[in-house]
Design a protein around this ligand. Structure first.
Ligand code: ZN
Length: 566
């Protein structure tokens, strides 16, 4: 039995309605408990800000495209090198660090749970191998279904049950966590050199539209009773005027779940552009936020960009091609047979570029104009908008109008006429930041019930103690302290063990991988379905029996079983 007592913690735990109470936290064998014995190890939090471990609900840290991002930028790998130190592995890389680099940096910032934003089922083994090498965070995989042939056939037949059966088969085979749609229909069209430009375009060869794919998948998701909702990267990413597609998509969403959203829209900054060209691009964050404010069944994440160097990577192959035509630098393009694709481009976001300045402003505007912080989560779509190590700066920008004004003064001068940011006075408080960085993520992902994102007895003992005294700091003016405080915890506690202290990792972690297995009636088990089996053997280059990920790839797998309503 191991026991830990955290004394004098200034706790903000929004899921339990606790906002800045000084209290003790008792931990036994990795879980929060009511009390511990006198033999417990004691940590003095000294009145510092204490939050549930951070949860990143959309980040790219593991898998084939992340690894290819590493290959593509050897210069990136020279940055951020650290030597082996005690239990710490060597790390390197800035925008796409090694798995250990990702894990340690997240750990130093108090993050203990991550959702990998996109995993192609066919390439799941690689993702799971890298999950096991991300030792300080529990991991989950968004599983790509955007160009899945069996899904599109079921959608074409308007068959929600069969769609659900296909999802169940693939989630189990890939050991995935949730349904991810990236430019639905567009990634398949890209296999033929085409794309879709709106939610009512037809996908070549399948006679379905993105709207039909999204609508059917939302219903299939609820039939399977998955913890998370459909996780959507909308069509038309990064195109001037694309906000209309985003509004059309929000308009589609039925309200089907009482405990969380029915649709999660990711990196919405990239989907909130007005104008018709890069010259007249402007922010449509006000229109988008108005729709979000009026649609409680929708949750979004920001997809903030920050100025500087990074690497973009997405399953949205046609989008990356368009980006390549602008940058004319390195480009990788990849097709995953029968499922999806991907593209990767290293980029630099410039303050001198009005387009980049408008993008920077939109991300912040989304967070400041969404009234309910449970509906807009903090993200950079790491590393697409910026590496996640920029989160503390983003937090400071959201908490300080003064800091925003300073930064706005450095933007390309025309920006002011294209964005509403300059006139927004709202400053977020500590509680809202806690919501946007852990509590709302746990709620949106549906992992509150397995003890994530909160600190009540029974919860997993994932705790972040920051060197910040909220009663003594005015974030509006002392933003430098806010940035420093959120960059390095005093203590990061993962499942009851102190894994990082004062910005230094001190023990090897043992994370787990959370995956979902929907239980379907035997007649919906596609392993026995002649049509599914025949097409699988005919079209895939891999045999059906070799396709599923073996248990050995998940040495510490945590399976959430759901009972499908089929
Ligand atoms: Zn992403």
């Amino acid at each position: 039995m191991s026991e830990l007592l955290i004394r004098n913690a200034c706790v903000i735990d929004p899921l339990n309605g606790i906002n800045g109470e000084i209290m003790d936290i008792s931990i036994r064998d990795g879980r929060i408990v009511e009390e511990v014995s006198g033999n417990a190890q004691v940590i003095d939090a000294a009145g510092c800000l204490t939050l549930p471990g951070g949860v990143d609900s959309h980040t790219h840290v593991c898998g084939t495209k992340v690894n290819f991002g590493r290959y593509m930028s050897p210069e990136d790998m020279r940055a951020g090198r650290t030597a082996r130190n005690g239990c710490m592995h060597v790390t390197s890389g800035y925008s796409v660090p090694t798995t250990f680099g990702n894990s340690y940096r997240y750990s130093n910032m108090g993050y203990t749970t991550l959702l990998e934003g996109a995993m192609a089922p066919l390439e799941a083994r690689h993702t799971h191998e890298e999950f096991t090498a991300t030792p300080h965070q529990d991991m989950m995989a968004n599983t790509l279904f955007d160009g899945n042939w069996a899904i599109m056939e079921a959608v074409r037949d308007k068959d929600v049950r069969r769609t659900a059966a296909v999802v169940a088969w693939y989630l189990k085979a890939a050991r995935g966590f949730a349904i991810k749609l990236t430019n639905p229909g567009g990634t398949e069209a890209w296999g033929w050199g085409e794309d879709v430009s709106g939610i009512h375009d037809t996908v070549p060869n399948f006679e379905v539209t993105p709207a039909e794919i999204i609508g059917t998948m939302i219903r299939a998701n609820e039939v399977l009773r998955l913890p998370h909702s459909v996780h959507l990267h909308c069509n038309n990413l990064g195109v001037p005027g694309n906000y209309q597609t985003t509004l059309d998509t929000i308009g589609l969403v039925p309200d089907l779940n009482k405990t969380r959203q029915s649709l999660y829209l990711t990196h919405v900054q990239f989907h909130s552009y007005g104008g018709t060209t890069w010259r007249d691009i402007d922010s449509k964050s006000e229109e988008i936020c108005k729709a979000v404010n009026n649609t409680p069944q929708v949750t979004i994440d920001m997809g903030q960009i920050m100025f500087g160097r990074t690497t973009t990577m997405t399953a949205d192959g046609p989008m990356e091609f368009k980006l390549y035509m602008l940058h004319r630098n390195k480009w990788s393009n990849h097709d995953v047979e029968l499922e999806t694709g991907s593209g990767i481009i290293p980029v630099y976001y410039f303050r001198k570029s009005m387009v980049n300045c408008v993008m920077w402003a939109i991300g912040l505007e989304l967070a400041l104009l969404t009234k309910n912080p449970w509906q807009c989560l903090l993200s950079t779509d790491n590393p697409n908008g910026a590496p996640f190590v920029k989160y503390p700066e983003i937090i400071a920008l959201l908490m300080s109008k003064k800091l925003r004004d300073q930064e706005c003064a450095l933007l390309e001068p025309r920006t002011e006429h294209h964005v509403p940011l300059f006139a927004i006075d709202r400053e977020l408080d500590w509680n809202e930041i806690a919501i946007m960085t852990r509590s709302a993520q746990a709620k949106a992902l549906g992992i509150r019930d397995i003890g994530k994102g909160h600190l009540a007895p029974g919860a997993e003992a994932d705790v972040a103690i920051y060197p910040l005294k909220t009663s003594e700091i005015d974030p509006s003016t002392q933003y430098q302290q806010v940035i420093a405080g959120f960059s390095r915890t005093k203590f990061t506690i993962k499942r009851g063990r102190v894994v990082s202290r004062n910005g230094e990792v001190i023990v090897d972690g043992a994370n787990s991988t959370i995956w979902v297995k929907p239980k379907v009636p035997e007649e919906y088990n596609l392993s026995n379905d002649p049509d599914f089996v025949r097409k699988f053997q005919e079209y895939y280059t891999v045999r059906m029996s070799n396709y599923p990920v073996q248990d050995v790839y998940l040495p510490r797998g945590v399976c959430i079983e759901t009972e499908a309503d089929l």
